[in-house]
Design a protein around this ligand. Structure first.
Ligand code: PPS
Length: 594
């Protein structure tokens, strides 16, 4: 291979790189110098000692990700959180105030309360969740964050279906604080430590292996055959080495967890030719900002020493908006990248969607498929459904070792945990049904079953609570939390509180569904029947006003509209009612032989 001056893998004058001598032949960091903001031990001790009187800020998970990449140089040339002028310049023109290309604002947002104690020149101790001081911010300015303006400028939309916009409106504090940083230590990680490399460490590794031309692949998903073929093809065509550089900081809500993904990447590695590929983890908090984010990803990879960057279809796309339309065009990221490629110094490797050619047993970019050729793809939704049902995942779609890793964390429904959540008036029959179902499930065996009956919970978990709306909501949230833990860990939770309020019921559903199944059973026995039964004599007391805030009498019950099953026990025996639930669970695959 010959190298030209415009080729980013061409050796540069070492004096210009500012990076470690052994990696002088690698592409210079963005802005010319690889930033490293960690201070030496002496200065760290001094800062720790003097920090006692400074105000503190406990960083959010996203801020911790940003901090790590500022401190370790992944965000070179940034040396701190942006001040207002930088933020505005980046939002408007995608440039820092000195003109350097930078497409995504990196700001620190704090509460008004914390901001009150700050002014220009003050120092703010930045801490992790456990209170460990990670860095000092030398405050330059404070300003009120204009969420609307920021969303429109950076994401081009105010639609909160966009995860970046949702984060801005729902989880960002009001005040921005800008200033230079001094780092005491990088955030602690205990997972996959040998795969977590700073830009300096990765550059040193490239240097040691004699790698010069490196194409980076960004991903937040498990890698299937299409990704494998695409990356292999890119590396071969360029005669470059390949860096698989998955994001393990924060990705799109609902993505496969990074533990599973990293095991999938590790399972994939042996399929590449030896000595051609490396895997390293990137602690980035993605914004799902589409085209702007693609540029940002390339800048970060440049800082890690990569010369080429793969940009596929809908790079860092957030999916569809509230009207079902994509936020960004499928190749908009590639178009924006093209415009800035020269200035950036990182070459784009554009890729179309890869599809499987059934008759040829090979992959091809969709625009190169010969006419009449039969192609196959499996969507993410189809894959999830196959995993849930325990159906086959074909080898042409994903390597068996990868499929096995996915199956471990996505077992078929019959092996996953689930919650049956009964709701209904006092005396409707919730506890009776829950108890009969408990016995039937124990008879079947296979998974541990826990009963969280209304009365039992009130004795043990919620003994200090009364029956105001606020207290009932706290009670249901507690039940939901315990049930979600049981469900997530593969058990069965049976809950039987009144749970009269729709909002908190749906909160609990969401929480539990993120880790397994959720079945809402509305025990819809009418009030007059419950009152006639009055097994505990509570209705009589409620009518006399002895018991206040009694559901159905002097307190509301919001009937669920989203229940999987409605069961009126007026004319149903407990066995009959539970049989209906069992048949439903079987139909949905939660129990049975599958
Ligand atoms: S809630 O609303 O879901 O928090 O209620 P829950 O924890 O299920 O508790 C309901 C049981 O407490 C008894 N009880 C009352 N119920 C409703 N309203 C009032 N004011 C009240 N005071 C006491 C009653 O026995 C309920 O049990 P069940 O099994 O539903 O009859």
């Amino acid at each position: 291979m010959t190298a030209s001056p415009s080729d980013p893998s061409t050796p540069r004058n070492p004096a210009n790189t500012g990076s470690h001598p052994s990696d002088d032949h690698l592409i210079p960091a963005h802005g010319g110098e690889l930033v490293d903001l960690l201070v030496d031990a002496e200065r760290a001790t001094e800062l720790r000692e003097t920090s006692r009187d400074w105000p503190s800020w406990d960083l959010t998970p996203r801020q911790i990700c940003d901090l790590e990449l500022i401190l370790n140089g992944g965000f070179s040339p940034l040396r701190g959180f942006m001040n207002r002028a930088e933020f505005e310049s980046v939002a408007k023109d995608m440039r820092l105030t000195d003109g350097t290309l930078w497409p995504i604002p990196i700001t620190l947002d704090v509460t008004e309360k914390v901001a009150e104690g700050l002014s220009e020149g003050s120092k703010l101790a930045l801490r992790d969740e456990e209170g460990v001081m990670l860095a000092v911010l030398h405050v330059e300015d404070l300003w009120e964050i204009d969420r609307k303006a920021k969303a429109e400028a950076v994401y081009g939309t105010l639609d909160q279906t966009h995860p970046g916009v949702a984060h801005l409106f729902q989880r960002t504090n009001n005040i921005g604080v800008g200033g230079r940083l001094e780092g005491l230590q990088l955030p602690a990680h205990y997972d996959f430590r040998t795969l977590r490399r700073t830009p300096r460490e990765l550059r040193a590794r490239f240097a040691k292996q004699g790698w010069r031309k490196i194409v980076a692949f960004q991903t937040r998903n498990p890698m299937h055959r299409a990704h494998f073929e695409l990356t292999l093809r890119a590396a071969r065509e360029l005669e470059a080495n390949l860096l698989i550089h998955p994001v393990v900081g924060m990705t799109k809500p609902g993505d496969v967890d990074h533990y599973t993904r990293v095991r999938c990447y590790q399972a994939l590695l042996p399929h590449y030719p030896q000595h051609t590929v490396d895997l390293s983890l990137l602690p980035l908090a993605m914004r799902m900002g589409g085209p702007r984010e693609a540029l940002w990803h390339a800048i970060i990879r440049k800082n890690y020493g990569c010369t080429h960057f793969i940009v596929g279809r809908d790079h860092a796309g957030p999916g569809n908006d509230a009207n079902g339309q994509p936020f960004y065009g499928p190749y908009e990221a590639q178009e924006l990248f093209k415009k800035h490629e020269e200035e950036l110094g990182v070459k784009m490797v554009p890729f179309k969607l890869m599809v499987y050619l059934e008759d040829q047993d090979s992959y091809s970019p969709i625009d190169e498929v010969p006419e009449g050729e039969r192609t196959l793809t499996i969507s993410g939704t189809e894959l999830r459904s196959r995993l849930a049902d325990g159906r086959e995942i074909p080898e042409w779609f994903t390597f068996p070792e990868v499929a096995e890793e996915l199956r471990k964390t996505h077992p078929p429904r019959s092996k996953q945990g689930f919650t049956v959540f009964f709701t209904g008036l006092s005396g409707a029959g919730k506890s009776t049904l829950a108890n009969v179902l408990l016995v039937k499930l124990l008879e079947m065996g296979g998974r541990p079953v826990t009963l969280l009956d209304g009365d039992i919970v009130r004795k043990n978990l919620s003994s200090e609570l009364g029956f105001s709306k606020e207290h009932r909501d706290i009670n249901i949230r507690r039940i939901g939390f315990v049930a979600s833990e049981i469900t997530k860990n593969g058990g069965i939770a049976l809950c039987a509180p009144i749970a009269p309020y729709e909002k908190v019921r749906s909160e609990v559903r969401q929480l539990i569904e993120s880790g397994g199944g959720f079945v809402l059973v509305h025990v819809a026995t009418p009030l007059d029947v419950c009152e006639t039964r009055d097994r505990k004599g509570l209705y009589a007391k409620a009518r006399e006003g002895i018991i206040k805030e009694f559901t159905g009498i002097s307190d509301p019950y919001e009937e669920p509209k989203d229940a999987e099953l409605d069961l009126d026990t007026t004319n149903l025996s407990p066995e009959e009612a539970v049989q209906t639930i069992i048949l439903y669970l079987e139909k949905e695959g939660y129990i049975g032989s599958r």
